[in-house]
Design a binder for this molecule. Sequence first.
Ligand code: PFF
Length: 555
Amino acid sequence: MSNDTKSNGRGKWGSRIGFMLAASGSAIGLGNLWKFPYITYKFGAGAFVLVYLGCIALVGLPIMVAEMMIGRRSGLNPVGAFKKLTNRRIWVFVGGLGVTCGFILLSYYSVVAGWALEYTVKSVRNDFANHQTITDKDIGAHLFAEYIKTPKSKSDPIKAGYGSELSTISFYDLKSPKAKKAFLAKLAKAWGEFAKGKPEIYAKLKSNTTASLLDAFQRGDDYSSRKLRLQRSLWVGALFGKFVASPAKVVGWHLLFMLLTMLIVVGGVSQGIERASKILMPLLLTMLVYLVIRALGFSSASESLAMIFRPNFHALTIEAVLEALGHSFFTLSLGMGAMLTYGSYLSKDESLTTSSIVITALDTLIALMATIIIFCAIHAFKMPVGDGGVSNLFRAIPAMFQETPGGNWLTVIFYVLVAFAALTSTISLLEVVVSYFIDERGWSRRKATLLMGSAIALLGVASALSLNAWANFKPFFGKTVFEFFDYTVSNWFLPLGGLFVALFVGWVLPVEAKRDELKGLPAVAFGLWHVTIRYISPLAVAGVFVWLLYQSIVA
Ligand code: PFF
């Protein structure tokens, strides 16, 4: 976009490719690389991915066309757009909701974007290579921690390899199933005594169990390669834990990322970003393809794939459906006016449907690739994931690249690309807020960017502290500030904004205007889109909301 076309700071895209790069840059970001794999992991994958794909096709894609349509028709920011297209003031509220969402979303998004900067530095320093720091003692402690977490399964040999007796007798030496059973019963009894509160038994059990787990680990086949993988796995975990525990670092990187975003939004150097996108986006794609190939080479890959793609509807909860729905908005930058704002800079000659399809397809492809890579790596390295998956992107990739020739430099490039992908998204988020203040309040671009950018940066500090200093501050339904912001904005406000966009375009915008905007689209395709935007998308969103509210009332 060139900022110089009009004196108020608004402009038009320099080229079709410019728009496509900026809009897909907005869509492709941490949502694809960090959040989708993380929530897929958190919700146990299975049917989650399928529900997400359904949401993308039936809700996300049609609403993207609708949002860009409102933007192009009005040529304005979310608030101004509704004001221009209708007299009913109620719709202006939808625009206001969008601007507010952009404000909050950017505040915590920039925190995670800051992690990518820290990881770029970590890669340059080659921190990930220091896995030897993990000793046998650490491995023993890890095996014990894992053991304690898993339910007591008598048939599982790892679970079975514990107990006070193991200093003299190993489970693995017992050949007959009967002897094994008796042995396990004895151990279960010992643990039972511990459960009744005998701490001295616990101490003994713990040290014996740790010793025997370590013994079993060392006796197995491929000990040295398994040890190396475990060291790498524990090391990348320790590095992440240490980093997020530091308020100064997390806050510092977040502020720096906000500063970068503001510099670009205020400086009108978007053309430079466009130019960089032309190289960096294909590079990101190439790197992901390479990583997918490597990930599929792990011996456990088929299990990982089955976990991602084999639907298990029994395990699907309504919360998971809400998350999948919310994420389809988050990942496509919908429901808060970002695509609307970008559409407002789009020229009449471009096809809204083709643009939307290309962006959606690319976005989905990248999310799925990132998920495949991360799941395969987590399984292959048997990574302990205590935080529900938040750190997955920051463990899986360094661990994988440590096994690749030249991997250290590839890790540097990878995190630079993550940071860049995040930057093209944060630019679009700030642009929504800024364009509102330029158009509606008559502010200059500089003033809007500086004031709003600083306010957002300040709010983001609360999210940054949620991971360390304020980790136990959970005033909102047991959620930290970070979790609460993400939950309310992604899962409720973005779909709500999208619902209004669908209703507006479906029912308020005159049909002639829609036909005019989608000129060139075959009648059947237009009809299909129109039915979806009028009935299917709004009903899907409203249905999930009603279902969830009903459940929370009944429960
Ligand atoms: N779509 C971005 C991502 O997936 O990372 C996040 C985002 C950007 C959401 C812009 C909303 C938005 F307006």
